[in-house]
Design a protein around this ligand. Structure first.
Ligand SMILES: [Ca+2]
Length: 392
């Protein structure tokens, strides 16, 4: 199957739904400002927990994100689905099961997902996460087993069971979610929202252009960005400012709970691994910040963009591009701003002389599809993360 065939069904859905999306896509997403959370009434709480599915490739920062999520009463975790990414699936899946056992949350179903991206061979990141995905921190083999249903099908079933209620929190490559969307044309319209750790509007980490999760499966990411699901992107723009330190390890070690001790062990190993590789910053808590952003959006500053993914560039595949008529060099004076927004088109590359394409315009009209995190209060984030992990 080539990319055109793969995207065909999605495109049909997107075209059909475009008119209604323009009106509804951001009905649940509102702008946030430092310290002022305009969406507070819609925020999940212990009394009114949000249904979520966490799609993950543990992964050092995934492990922290999973423990944080399982320690958060604001979340009703319907499932944890594993995907290949940081390390292969035969490592990410048992790691997800281990985290569930450590947190004492074996009530949460864990499903096995894709072993490889939609169209590409898996590129993993053992250089950052160690061969076992947990920075070399060793835990016993998990005793529990994954459910029999594959991840994409489980995502589909849960979203269908609770239409307009489920938020997908994705902290790995988007293969499982794209597979679920490909299997069910109506699914995107039934998902409440998707909060991802992924992408960047300020350069990548695995290549100068691409952030790792999007780089691994750009075609899957493209499907998600074009799905019409209200998207929240927590990318490197903010996650590269969440470096774990020895001080955090000490705070975790001081608490005797199994979650805190496990987190301390992973953290210490990850910091040592990071240092042995000579990295000057990190390890960053990318994925935990995505979970935290869902719990408390006021930890971050947000801006709406139209985001899509480069899938064709030899040097740039997996790059996320954020279009906004009110950002960068396209900003106008206040009196011209409204006009600029109305007139903005989404532009592709200029047509070639030999090609048949006549116009560089990819979309006639600018409509934002993603709330992008553009700034973070790192200190408050770590207070939340360490606070939750050390809670008795
Ligand atoms: Ca991850």
């Amino acid at each position: 199957m080539d990319i055109e065939q793969l995207l065909h069904t999605r495109r049909q859905f997107v075209t059909a739904a475009a008119a209604s999306l323009a009106v509804t896509a951001f009905s649940g997403a509102v702008p946030f400002a430092w310290g002022v959370d305009l969406s507070k009434s819609d925020r999940p709480s212990a009394n009114n927990p949000a249904r979520v599915i966490i799609d993950t490739d543990p992964g050092v920062d995934d492990a922290f994100a999973l423990l944080l999520a399982m320690r958060s009463p604001e979340l009703k975790i319907e499932a944890i689905t594993a995907v290949a990414g940081n390390v292969p699936l035969d490592i990410t899946l048992p790691n997800a099961l281990r985290m569930v056992e450590i947190a004492g949350r074996t009530d949460i179903p864990v499903a096995a997902g894709a072993k490889a991206p939609l169209l590409r061979r898996l590129v993993s990141a053992a250089y950052a996460h160690g061969d076992n995905g947990l920075g070399g921190a060793v835990f016993p083999e998990p005793e529990i087993k994954p459910v029999d249903v594959p991840a994409a099908e489980l995502i589909r079933q849960i979203v269908r069971k609770y239409p307009h209620e489920v938020t997908l929190i994705t902290i790995g490559p988007l293969t499982n979610v794209a597979a679920a969307l490909n299997a069910d044309d109506e699914l995107a319209g039934l998902v409440k929202g998707l909060t991802m750790m992924g992408g960047s509007l300020s350069g990548g980490n695995i290549t100068p252009a691409a952030e790792f999760n999007i780089y691994v499966d750009p075609e899957a990411a493209h499907i998600v960005f074009q799905s019409g699901i209200p998207l929240t992107m927590v990318g490197l723009d903010v996650t590269r400012r969440t470096s774990l330190t020895g001080e955090h390890v000490r705070a975790l070690l001081a608490n005797s709970s199994s979650v805190s001790q496990a987190a301390a062990k992973i953290a210490r190993n990850a910091i040592d691994h990071n240092r042995a590789q000579g990295f000057l910053v990190g390890p960053n808590m990318h994925d935990s910040l995505a979970v935290a952003s869902f719990l408390d959006p006021s930890l971050l500053k947000w801006k709406e963009y139209y985001v899509d993914v480069e899938t064709a560039g030899e040097l740039t595949a997996g790059e996320t591009l954020g279009y906004s008529p009110t950002a960068g060099d396209l900003r106008r004076s206040p009196e011209m701003e409204k006009q600029a927004i109305a007139a903005m088109q989404i532009r592709g590359s200029a047509p070639t002389i030999a090609g048949t394409r006549v116009s560089p315009v990819v979309k006639e009209k600018y409509v934002p599809n993603t709330n992008v995190a553009v700034d973070v209060d790192s200190e408050r984030f770590f207070e939340l993360l360490i606070g939750r992990l050390t809670k008795q």
